[in-house]
Every structure is written in structure tokens, then in C-alpha cells.
Design a protein around this ligand. Structure first.
Ligand code: SF4
Length: 284
């Protein structure tokens, strides 16, 4: 068996949190710059340029790119050769706590959704775990701001609704969202599974590299067709109009019941704060 030192795990998580808040993924920046070249409206061009300038300032000055530094969400793939002589969940929470405190990031979590008392350190993080083969701990982190998360939706279609029903629901979701998720956005779509599985599919779709394509040919075709359809809505950067409402669509699908067609749409704003680290286990 192998293990991962608790202190170095906490340090890694702390650094991932701070890095995500301050350094925008270069693939997102490239997409924003490409979009700026393609826009014909000067307002849309200016908005995209301002977003890129803001990202550069955040990186150079080590400050958050947005005031909403989000809820911390982790996706762990835990190798079956690893043993943790401590609470893995508690260590992730501690790294989150240190990251939000040391990075002077906004604390946006309330302890009870109705009582609404701030926990003051942005914990608890939301932690998803999956088992994997091997001796590594794969950690994906996302800081999800409320502006885009609040615009996400889920529906249980009937099989008869088919592909048209899926597309109509996605486009309706984006139209209803308008400028609230700070477009240009990235759209994660889950199709299939059941109620909770399709929400997870949509969220994990957002965690895929921005430049990859779905492995399934139907999902891949939907990604391309929906990207085009969303951008044809004309919402544009920060909803000032233009060709760039969406930078990328990601579709994940899963088998489902013969009587079901669940669909979830998870929206990510242009401030796509994500980091990914793989830690290798060491001898116990
Ligand atoms: S939607 Fe994104 S960019 Fe807009 S305020 Fe929220 S975190 Fe910031």
C-alpha cells in the first residue's frame, strides 16, 4: 500500500484554491482572444478585451479575477493502492480553509441555507469521490460562483422528447440565463443516468479539458451543434450582444431507464476557476 502525506496534501489543496482564483486557464484566455478577433461589434470586442486584461492583472498582481471566489468543489479519483491513515475529507477541508484564508478570497458559504450564517472560511467544500486503479490521487478543483451556478437547470424529459427536446431545453436555459452568468460561458450538459447522475454528468463535463471532444459521436455532434445554436442567440459577451455567448459546450451521457430522459445544464462563467493535480503515493 502507498499513502500521501497529510501535510503535503493540505498544502497542495491550499495552493490549488489560490491558483484557481488568480490564474485563468490559458485555454480559456486563448478562446477569449480568438472570439475578440471574430467579433464585429466594437462593444463585444471591448468586453472580451476587458475580460482578458482583468485576467492578466489578476495573474500579475496575485489577486482574484472575480469578487465571487465561489464554493469549493472537488472531484477526487482515489487509487485503490492508496491508504489514508487520516480523514481524507478533513484534509481537503483544511486545505480549502487555508486557501481561502491565506489567499484573502471571499468567504461565500453559509452554514444552513435558511439560517444563512457565514462559516467565515468558505468550508465546507463539496467533495465528490470515485475509485480508480493505481497509486495516485487525482484532484480536480473548481471554484463555482453563484452567478453561473444559479442559472443551471435540470429536467426529466420523456424519451419521446428526444434530441429536439434536449436541444430546446438547453437553449431555453441559456436564453433565460441571459447576462446573469457573465457570458461568454462554458456549458456542461448531462444526458441520461437518473436525477442526480445527470447533474453530476453536467458538472463533470465542465471539468473536461476545454479543447477535448466527447468520445461518443452523438455527444460530439451535439457539442458542435449546440455551440453554434447558442452563439446564434446573439446574447454576446456580458449580454451586450454579439457572436460570442458560449466558448465551448461539453456533453457527457450515460445509460438510462427506458422511460426516462434526464437532462442537466450546468453553466460556467468565463471566470472558469479550475485546477488539476495528480499526487503519487509514497511507501507507507
Ligand atoms: S458569474 Fe462568474 S464572473 Fe460573474 S460574478 Fe459570478 S463568478 Fe464572477
Amino acid at each position: 500500500m502507498k499513502t500521501i502525506n497529510r501535510d503535503s496534501l493540505i498544502q497542495t489543496v491550499r495552493n490549488m484554491v489560490i491558483q484557481a482564483a488568480t490564474i485563468l486557464n490559458p485555454l480559456v484566455i486563448q478562446k477569449l482572444k480568438d472570439a475578440e478577433k471574430q467579433e464585429t461589434s466594437s462593444l463585444a470586442k471591448n468586453v472580451l478585451k476587458s475580460i482578458c486584461d482583468n485576467a492578466a492583472i489578476a495573474k500579475n498582481d496575485n489577486i482574484p479575477m472575480c469578487q465571487d471566489t465561489g464554493v469549493a468543489v472537488f472531484f477526487l479519483h482515489i487509487g485503490n493502492e492508496l491508504f489514508f491513515p487520516y480523514s481524507l475529507y478533513e484534509a481537503i477541508q483544511e486545505g480549502t480553509r487555508q486557501g481561502y484564508l491565506d489567499g484573502y478570497l471571499r468567504k461565500s458559504v453559509v452554514a444552513h441555507p435558511l439560517e444563512r450564517i457565514n462559516t467565515k472560511d468558505n468550508t465546507p467544500a463539496i467533495i465528490h469521490t470515485e475509485l480508480a486503479m493505481g497509486d495516485t490521487l487525482d484532484i480536480c478543483f473548481a471554484a463555482k460562483g453563484a452567478g453561473s451556478e444559479n442559472m443551471s437547470r435540470l429536467t426529466m424529459l420523456t424519451p419521446a422528447d428526444g434530441e429536439k427536446g434536449v436541444k430546446d431545453f438547453v437553449l431555453e436555459t441559456i436564453r433565460l440565463a441571459g447576462g446573469k452568468p457573465c457570458p461568454p460561458i462554458i456549458v456542461g450538459i448531462g444526458i441520461g443516468g437518473n436525477f442526480e447522475k445527470c447533474a453530476y454528468l453536467a458538472k463533470t463535463a465542465l471539468m473536461r479539458p476545454l479543447d477535448d471532444e466527447a468520445a461518443n459521436p452523438i455527444d460530439r455532434r451535439l457539442e458542435n451543434e449546440l455551440l453554434e445554436a447558442i452563439n446564434a442567440l446573439g446574447i454576446g459577451p456580458m449580454a451586450f450582444g454579439g457572436k460570442t455567448t458560449c466558448l465551448q459546450v461539453k456533453v457527457n451521457s450515460y445509460p438510462c431507464h427506458i422511460a426516462s430522459l434526464p437532462v442537466a445544464v450546468n453553466i460556467q462563467c468565463h471566470a472558469a476557476r479550475e485546477t488539476h493535480v495528480i499526487l503519487k503515493g509514497e511507501d507507507l
